[in-house]
Design a protein around this ligand. Sequence first.
Ligand code: NAG
Ligand code: NAG
Ligand code: NAG
Length: 527
Amino acid sequence: MRENGLVITTRQENHGSGHSRHYKDGIWSPFVKSLSRPTAVIAFSVVLIVGALVYTGTLNTHPIVSGGSSAKLPVSTGTYRVAETPREQVEWPLKCSEYNHTRTCPTNHYLKPGAAETLPGSGACPDYFRWIHEDLRPWARTGITREMVERARPTANFRLVILDGRAYLETYEKAFQTRDVFTLWGILQMLRRYPRMLPDLELMFDCVDWPVVLADRYCAPNGERPPPLFRYCGNDQTFDVVFPDWSYWGWPEVNIKPWEILLGELKEGCKRIPWLNREPYAYWKGNPAVAETRQDLMKCNVSDKQDWNARLYAQDWGRESQEGYKKSDLASQCTHRYKVYIEGSAWSVSEKYILSCDSVTLLVKPHYYDFFTRGLIPTHHYWPIKEDDKCRSIKFSVDWGNSHKQEAQDIGKAASNFIQEELKMDYVYDYMFHLLNSYAKLFKYKPSIGANATELCVESMVCGAEGVEKKFMMESLVKGPSNTSPCTMPPPYDPSSLQAHLNKKESSIQQVESMEKSYWEQQNMKS
Ligand SMILES: *[C@@H]1O[C@H](CO)[C@@H](O)[C@H](O)[C@H]1NC(C)=O
Ligand SMILES: *[C@@H]1O[C@H](CO)[C@@H](O)[C@H](O)[C@H]1NC(C)=O
Ligand SMILES: *[C@@H]1O[C@H](CO)[C@@H](O)[C@H](O)[C@H]1NC(C)=O
C-alpha cells in the first residue's frame, strides 16, 4: 500500500495489439475527419504548402507528411484561409528498426533552432499559468547555478538534461510503479511538439508524493537559495516546483488511460445522466486507508442511524483489477449530483476526474496544490467543505444544492468546462513548455551531459515496451511538431493583486462557512 490512495496488488496484463489502430485513427486526426472529403483534400494541399513554407530549410531531412505523398506538394496556391486554424500535419514516424539496429536515438527528427519564430500564435494561456512566475520566484533575482541544482539531487529520482532539444537521462532511483517512465514519456512528447524551442537546461525530479524543500530554511533575503526540485505537488510551506503528473500519459497499474482519451470519454460519460436525474447525494469512492482524514470522512457514510447525505465506497483495487476494472470506469461514475474530493497522502490525481462530471465537487479543504488547482475558484468551480467538521459540512452543502438547483448545476458545469477547456492536453504541454522555458532562462551556466547519462528518445522508450505500457505510450504519442506556437504567457501577478486574489478566495470560503453556521443554528432550533 502506498502513495496516492491506491493499493496495488496486480498489474493488468497485455490488452492486445489495439495500439496500432489508435495510432492511425486515433485522437490526432480530428481535423481531417471532421471535413467532408473534397474539402479535406483541398485543405490538406493548402496545409501542406503552408507546412512546407514553415518547415522549409528548418529540417535536417524531409518530414513525412501525413495523408499524401510529396508528389502532391507543388499544387495550386489558393487562399491561406485554412492556415488560420492549422493542425498537426507533419508526422514523425517511429524508427524502431533503426533504433533496434543502432541502439542510438535517430537524429533527423529535430528542427534547427529558431524554427519556432515562424509559427502562428495560439492565443492566451489559462490564468493558472501565472503560478509559473510564482513557483520560480525564489530564483528570479539570483538565477540558477549548478551548485543549486546539485543540492536538489539527494531526493531526486532522476536528472534530465535537455541540450539542443535532445534529452539525456540519469536515473538515481527507480520511482514507484511507472511514475518516472510516464513523466519522462510526457516530457519527450512535449519536445516533439515543440522541437528545439527550449533553451538548454537540466532538472532534478522527485517522483515521491510530498514536497520537501522547506521554505523556512531559505527565508533570509541574502541567504542560501533553495535547490530547484521538480515534483507533482507543493504546499504553502515549500518551494518545490510543480509539474504535471504521470497520469496525463497513462497509469497502467490502475488502468487509467492517457488524459487525451479519458477527457473525451468523460465528456460523453457526464451526458449519460442529466444532473437533475442523478442521485441527490454526495458520492465518493477511493481508498480510505491512506490518510486519517479519509478515515474521518468514512464516519459520514449513511447508516440506519443517520444520513449526512453522503454515499461513500471503499475502492478495492485488487478485486477491480481481477474483474477488469468494470467498477472503476471513471466515465461511468457521474451518477450523483455531488462528488467529494479529499486528499490522500498528498494531492490526488483523482481531482481532475471528479471535477469533470458536471456534478458539484465538494472539496474538503486541501493542503496541497498541483499545477492547475490554484486556478480553481471556490463557489464558482467547487463547494468548500470544512476539514474538521466534514459530516455537517457535507449535509449542509447537499441540502443547499438541492434547494438551489440552478446555482448548483452552474458550479458543476463551470468545473467540467474548466477541465475540458483549460486542462486539455494542449495546455498541459504548453504549461510544461512555459515552465521549463522560464526555468531555463534563469540558468547561469551551460548544462552538460553527465558521464552516466544516456540519451532518451521516444524510440528508446517505446520500441521495447510491452503490454499496457506500450499501448498507453502509442495512444499518447505526439505525432509531430505543432503548427502553432505555445499559448501566450500571462504576466506575473503584482504582489497586491495576488494578495487581493487570495483574499477573495478566502472570503468566499468564509461566506460558505457562515451560511453553514446559520443553517445548523436553525436546524438545532427546530429540534
Ligand atoms: C525492436 O526490438 C523490440 C525488442 O527489443 C521488438 O519487440 C520490436 O518488435 C523491434 N522492432 C522492430 C521494428 O524491429
Ligand atoms: C457506506 O454505506 C453503504 C450503504 O450502507 C455501503 O454499501 C458502503 O459499503 C459503506 N461504505 C463504507 C466505506 O463502509
Ligand atoms: C557514475 O556512476 C558510478 C557508478 O554508480 C559512480 O561511481 C560515479 O560517481 C558516477 N559518475 C558521475 C559523474 O556521476
